[in-house]
Design a protein around this ligand. Structure first.
Ligand code: SF4
Length: 341
């Protein structure tokens, strides 16, 4: 459990993101948590770069509606402090907290606080003996490193663990997590393509890599890492889960790509509809179709749909035609019918 959110054990794949406000700015971090929660974020992570940031971290934890994960590198004392001050989980890389004896102290602090630890290994911080092996590939090295750390934790009686082993390229990410799922079937996995890039590239890289894994049943919690507003990470994560049929939270728009048969400004209608449905939390299907080729079928299949013709469209609800609507009134008519469901 990360706060009240179950991770692993058959629970739905939980959506995470990470705050990017200055750690000392409590109100800015809480405002961002509100935005993320509204978008559907279920677990939020906060970087704690310095010991002096622990006071702010504690205040954020106390006021946050979401469980807050403490993200710590290099300084084990920060991890110990975060465990005492309300962290719902610790995220550490045992390879960079100053040796395994420092890791022991973090494990004890997490045990005392009753919180889990994410063991996050990265290609950049593999130990030298492993990094210099040339008989295995990077994916195997990452998986082996995670397995070694996991064994270390389990030998100390600590089993409340999530594992991640991220790479910035998709094939390595997929191979690593397949290896982890095979080698460590008892452990929940946090999946992600790290440093995936800006919005467009980042979503495609993440969706291609995480899509493969999720379709294979791998991944208990995910973060889509984007060089953008974290709210976009959460929207992308939900859209990916929706696309795979794993979880639904908001409406799905089935809209055609348009072609020479389309006689309304369908692209504009679909984009406006998407924006207007942003805050709707019902798992509806709404079809926005450009002509009679596929329009009536898709519109009738959806909860609400429009099948357009020359400057107008036939409005459908629950499979029945309701009426003809002029192009300028299509958006409002769709929203009105959605509001009735
Ligand atoms: S539904 Fe009609 S307008 Fe839309 S892409 Fe298909 S054929 Fe073209």
């Amino acid at each position: 459990m990360v706060g009240g959110v179950a991770v692993g054990g058959g629970a739905p794949c939980a959506v995470q993101s990470m705050l990017n406000r200055p750690p000392a700015d409590v109100s800015a971090n809480l405002a961002q948590i509100e935005q993320l929660a509204e978008a559907g974020c279920e677990i939020v992570r906060m970087a704690i770069p310095h010991r002096k940031d622990l006071d702010a971290f504690e205040q954020v934890c106390q006021a946050s509606p979401l469980p807050v994960v403490a993200d710590i590198h290099f300084d084990s004392e920060i991890a110990i402090g975060a465990a005492k001050r309300g962290a719902a989980k610790l995220r550490i890389n045992p390879g960079n907290v100053g040796g395994l004896e420092k890791t022991d102290a973090i494990i004890e602090a997490a045990q005392a606080a009753g919180i889990p630890i994410r063991i996050g290994v990265n290609a950049g911080s593999l130990d030298t003996a492993l990094a210099t092996r040339n008989d295995i590939c990077l994916a195997q090295k990452l998986a082996l490193s995670a397995a070694q750390y996991l064994r270390y934790f389990e030998e100390r009686g600590f089993y409340d663990v999530v594992v991640s082993a991220k790479a910035h390229d998709v094939p390595t990410t997929v191979a690593t997590y397949r290896q982890l799922a095979h080698d460590l079937p008892q452990v929940p996995l946090h999946i992600g393509v790290t440093e995936a890039g800006t919005l467009f590239q980042g979503i495609i890289k993440s969706a291609s890599g995480l899509g493969i894994l999720l379709a294979e049943g791998i991944g208990d919690t995910l973060r889509i890492s984007l060089t953008d507003d974290p709210v976009q990470e959460v929207r992308a994560a939900w859209t990916l889960l929706l696309a795979l049929g794993l979880r639904r939270r908001s409406p799905e728009i089935i809209s055609c790509p348009t072609c020479g048969r389309c006689q309304v400004d369908l692209i504009s209608i679909a984009k406006q509809l998407e924006e207007r449905l942003r805050d709707v939390k019902a798992p509806l299907k709404v079809a926005v179709m450009g002509c009679v080729v596929n329009g009536p079928g898709e519109a009738a299949d959806a909860d609400i749909g429009i099948a357009c013709g020359a400057g107008s469209g036939a409005l459908f609800s629950q499979g029945r035609i309701l009426r003809k609507v002029e192009q300028s009134a299509i958006l409002d008519a769709l929203l009105e019918e959605i509001g009735k469901l």
